[in-house]
Ligand binder design. Structure first.
Ligand code: 2HG
Ligand code: ZN
Length: 455
């Protein structure tokens, strides 16, 4: 009989109740948490041995990174063994000519950002949970975040992967090459596969040139439709690194939570947060004046120092944490940028018609079409009552997304939360082919069972 003790040292195995509770879940609530053990491999060979073990014992493996996910992708609810990459957290190699850094999957995003800066380079994928999330998890979910309009998603920076499939084979995909026209690029299949096709052990990450120091502007924009006019007005004059938005309700929550000052004296329905190179300040000033003349923007503030830039970013990046105590009904949706105002109005209308006492707290990455929909729980409803209403709401909201050929999960993944709704964004034929790929890479269905695809 195969045993975990035959593969790993005692310190690499945990099965006490507290550890099972901690490593058995991510930031998503509401799913049962019941892993049988948590293991901490230290090498690709140990990961392979764990897959052999799972095949022999017919037990599921749930890969686990920083557990900051919001779709239950790292929840182990069924006696699975959680494979944590916490001990595979070394940077293995750096190659300045190729601007490539090879990371073990458990390297924290922020550590990679800092390492890149030490080399005079830049890792541009960034988001509020960068201090805890891990590179392997970012790749598994194709993490997006706040710089996508300039730098793209995690996928764009993955130059190679070492992955163990559900058959226990270690694949070496693309090895850091820029050009490689030898057929199917399996690296990209693993990006966003949520641990269902293989366990990501190592990632070759391409780094970018360091940008100039950044400046941040926050603008007051009364109408949603004008957020896109402002975006176009700035895009015509300069290169933006970020274009985010939040509603006045979102601002109120984050300000109360972090005791932050208002960006300007009079509240406005929506705010845009823009970031750009300091050399673009004059062009940004021109764009600002143009937007004010047009009546799209009624107020604005620009950072005078790096500290002020960071303080303004808190107004956006602190929102998710600040509303968590309200146990919000959460969704992460996208449509093409041009459809954002109409889509947002559709959702607002639906919520108002169906649940007039619900408040929508809008924010997100509007510059790339990604809206975070958070509906706050009214005090008179218990968490259970509110979640039941949320459950009833989901298919209706997803139908609005589907009507616009949008995505029911723009950047947070499918996991358990969206699994049963995948058909709102992917066709029957696509889902059939996805299941075929799952069968090919994980014939015994041991990798992150029950996530992304229904059995
Ligand atoms: C963000 O952009 C994160 O702040 C979290 O993706 C979004 O909690 C959310 O809805
Ligand atoms: Zn986001």
């Amino acid at each position: 009989m195969a045993t975990l003790q035959g593969i790993l040292a005692d310190k690499q195995i945990k099965s006490d109740a507290e550890s099972l509770a901690v490593w058995g879940k991510d930031w998503t609530n509401g799913f049962p948490v019941a892993p049988s053990a948590v293991v901490f491999p230290e090498s690709n060979q140990q990961v392979q041995a764990l897959v052999e073990y799972a095949l022999a014992e017919r037990v599921g493996l749930v890969p686990s990174g920083g557990r900051t996910g919001l779709s239950g992708g790292a929840v182990a609810g069924n006696g699975e063994v959680v494979v944590s990459f916490d001990r595979m957290n070394r940077i293995l190699d750096f190659n300045p000519q190729d601007r490539l850094v090879t990371c073990q999957a458990g390297v924290i995003t922020q550590s990679l950002q800092e390492y890149a800066a030490e080399q005079g380079l830049y890792y541009p994928v960034d988001f509020a949970s960068a201090g805890s999330s891990q590179i392997g998890g970012n790749v598994a979910t194709n993490a997006g975040g706040i710089k996508v309009i300039r730098y793209g998603l995690t996928r764009d920076w993955v130059a190679g992967l070492r992955v163990v499939t559900g058959s226990g084979e270690l694949l070496d995909c693309n090895a850091g090459l820029v050009k490689n026209a030898t057929g199917y690029d399996m690296r990209h299949l693993f990006v966003g596969s949520e641990g269902t096709l293989g366990l990501i052990c190592e990632v070759d990450v391409r780094l970018a040139a360091q940008p100039a120091p950044q400046m941040v502007m926050v603008l007051g924009v009364p109408q949603v439709v004008d957020l896109l006019n402002v975006l176009a007005g700035f895009n015509q004059r300069l290169t933006l690194s970020a274009f985010e938005f939040f509603s006045d309700l979102a601002l109120a929550k984050v300000r109360a939570h972090r005791e932050l000052p208002a960006p300007f004296a009079t509240p406005v329905a929506y705010y845009a947060l823009l970031e750009f190179d300091e050399g673009s300040l004059d062009a940004a000033g021109e764009a600002f004046e143009y937007c004010v003349e047009k009546g799209w923007v009624v107020d604005g503030v620009v950072s005078q120092s790096q500290a002020q830039a960071a303080a303004l970013w808190q107004l956006r990046e602190g929102i998710s944490e600040s509303i968590a105590p309200f146990t919000p009904y959460k969704n992460d949706l996208s449509v093409t940028i041009q459809q954002v105002p109409e889509f947002l109005a559709d959702v607002d209308q639906f919520v108002q018609d169906s649940y007039p006492d619900f408040e929508v707290c809008w924010y997100g990455h509007i510059g790339d079409g990604n809206l975070h929909l958070n509906i706050l729980r009214p005090q008179h409803l218990s968490v259970e009552e509110f979640m039941a209403k949320g459950h009833a709401m989901s298919p209706k909201i997803f139908a609005l997304v589907q009507a616009r050929r949008g995505s029911i999960s723009a950047e947070h993944g499918v996991g358990l939360l969206k699994r049963d709704f995948l058909n709102y964004s992917r066709s029957e034929a696509e889902i059939r082919l996805m299941k075929g790929l799952k069968e090919l890479f994980d014939p015994a269905q041991i990798l992150n069972p029950g996530k992304l695809l229904k059995a």
